[in-house]
Design a protein around this ligand. Structure first.
Ligand SMILES: C[S@@+](CC[C@H](N)C(=O)[O-])C[C@H]1O[C@@H](n2cnc3c(N)ncnc32)[C@H](O)[C@@H]1O
Length: 213
């Protein structure tokens, strides 16, 4: 039935699933706000595991790529006294993050993963949650993260497996299904030593990369 429901947008009509996919990829307006709130509930375990692996410490400079409404940045801000940087392509998501994070030591930047204004080797730890499907190019994303991380810096990408993604109808629209091997290879070529941690009963995994010195 979902395929027959459509959302009016100017003269174009799109299915509910396509609309949801677009909101995950680039949240906008009230729809983006709702999708992000649902996502925050569904992905609580991803946030927990990522924070555990990241081990944020006082004085760390921590970058959250595709930070959305800033839920992870808020978690980290509660855990320690560090300098936080959030990036995203969505102006609306950053606006919500800005309100959520008012009063914390955070810098929010509107930019894609592969083109940030950050200086070389300035970040201690970087993370990204559920954004890798939307990166245009894996190699340039990992290269940019390697560029801004300090030697021995940590990067964690937490995301669903392709099998889990395929169980959701909306992921047929615009999601790039990269294999685990493709992700690991791109990270290694960019200069990371990589480990994989399976989470959520195998439905998702964390790519834990350490930037080689
Ligand atoms: C599914 S949401 C995840 C948000 C957040 N990481 C979380 O887990 O709550 C994906 C986010 O990635 C952002 N995004 C999509 N493509 C991006 C890109 N190329 N560079 C940076 N952010 C991107 C979207 O705007 C959106 O906020």
């Amino acid at each position: 039935m979902g395929q027959f429901v459509s959302v009016e947008r100017g003269k174009t009509r799109m299915s509910i699933n396509e609309y949801i996919a677009k909101q995950f990829a680039n949240p906008r307006g009230i729809g983006g706000r709702i999708v992000m709130a649902v996502m925050n509930r569904q992905n609580a375990q991803m946030y927990e595991e990522t924070e555990r692996l990241l081990r944020p410490r006082n004085d760390d400079i921590i970058l959250d790529i595709g930070c959305g409404n800033g839920i992870m940045l808020e978690r980290i801000a509660h855990a320690c006294d560090c300098h936080l940087i959030g990036t995203d392509i969505s102006e609306d998501a950053l606006e919500i993050a800005k309100r959520r994070l008012a009063g914390t030591n955070v810098e929010l930047l509107r930019c894609p993963v592969d083109d940030t204004p950050l200086e070389d080797a300035t970040v201690d730890k970087a993370l990204t949650i559920n954004t890798i499907y939307f990166w245009e190019d894996l190699a340039s994303g990992f290269e940019e993260i390697a560029r801004v991380l300090k030697p021995e810096g940590i990067f964690i990408s937490t995301h669903y497996t392709n099998r889990a993604l395929e169980s959701y109808s909306h992921t047929q629209f615009g999601y790039r299904m990269r294999t685990e091997q493709e992700v690991v290879s791109a990270a290694e070529i960019a200069g990371f030593t990589v480990q994989i941690k399976s989470i959520m009963d195998g439905r998702a995994y964390c790519v834990v990369g350490r930037r080689q010195a």
